[in-house]
Design a protein around this ligand. Structure first.
Ligand SMILES: Cc1cc2nc3c(=O)[nH]c(=O)nc-3n(C[C@H](O)[C@H](O)[C@H](O)COP(=O)(O)OP(=O)(O)OC[C@H]3O[C@@H](n4cnc5c(N)ncnc54)[C@H](O)[C@@H]3O)c2cc1C
Length: 163
């Protein structure tokens, strides 16, 4: 059987490989002059440089790790991101520690309590869901995160306006 895969980024490359291992004769069509899509890197002056911005690998899935381990060695790396928000360094993605660092103490405490009551401990909540919460404190918090983190990050990372 034959298959055509359009695009040789992570998705296309992984699909093509799996298809080939399952007996398909695969043709990969890539419009760029290189494979790897956004994650492409190239050797420059003794180091690999990500042409489209730095990439780190992370997964919680053992089978993804095992699949990729067939093709690469790993460099252990601990990722700690702090964003400079109007002069204050905060963890991103935005979490309760970021909340405590950006809101006045009493207000932060109140928002933290309503968030935990509404969503529970350690829960990840999509920003658009937060923005629609009927609780005014949660909405104020969501609007702050949306305007100060998501808006700038989207613009910088994807070169697009958040709208
Ligand atoms: C600056 C930046 C930093 C990032 N950092 C991370 C990170 O640290 N960790 C992480 O996991 N993810 C990161 N990402 C996200 C990651 O790059 C993407 O999730 C991943 O590359 C998506 O892979 P993909 O194969 O779906 O798409 P792409 O990588 O976009 O690949 C699509 C491929 O298809 C080709 N193509 C498209 N249309 C056609 C066509 N009509 N004909 C032929 N070929 C076509 C394109 O040329 C491209 O090669 C980052 C992205 C950016 C931009």
């Amino acid at each position: 059987m034959k298959a055509i895969v359009i695009g040789a980024g992570f998705s296309g490359a992984a699909c093509a490989r799996k298809l080939a291992e399952n007996g398909f004769e695969v043709t990969v069509i890539e419009k760029n002059t290189h494979i790897g899509g956004n994650a492409y890197d190239e050797y420059q002056c003794g180091a690999y440089v990500h042409r489209y911005g730095p990439h780190i690998f992370h997964t919680e899935k053992q089978k993804v790790f095992e699949f990729l381990s067939r093709f690469t060695e790993w460099f252990p790396y601990e990722h700690r991101v702090l964003a400079n928000l109007h002069g204050t360094y905060i963890p991103v993605p935005f979490n309760l520690e970021s909340l405590r660092k950006t809101f006045p103490a009493e207000k932060a405490k109140k928002i933290e309590a309503v968030l935990k009551k509404e969503y529970g401990e350690g829960k990840k909540v999509p920003i658009l869901q937060l923005k629609e919460n009927p609780d005014a404190d949660i909405r104020e918090f969501a609007d702050f995160v949306f305007e100060n983190v998501f808006r700038f990050y989207t613009q910088k990372q994807w070169g697009r306006k958040i709208e």
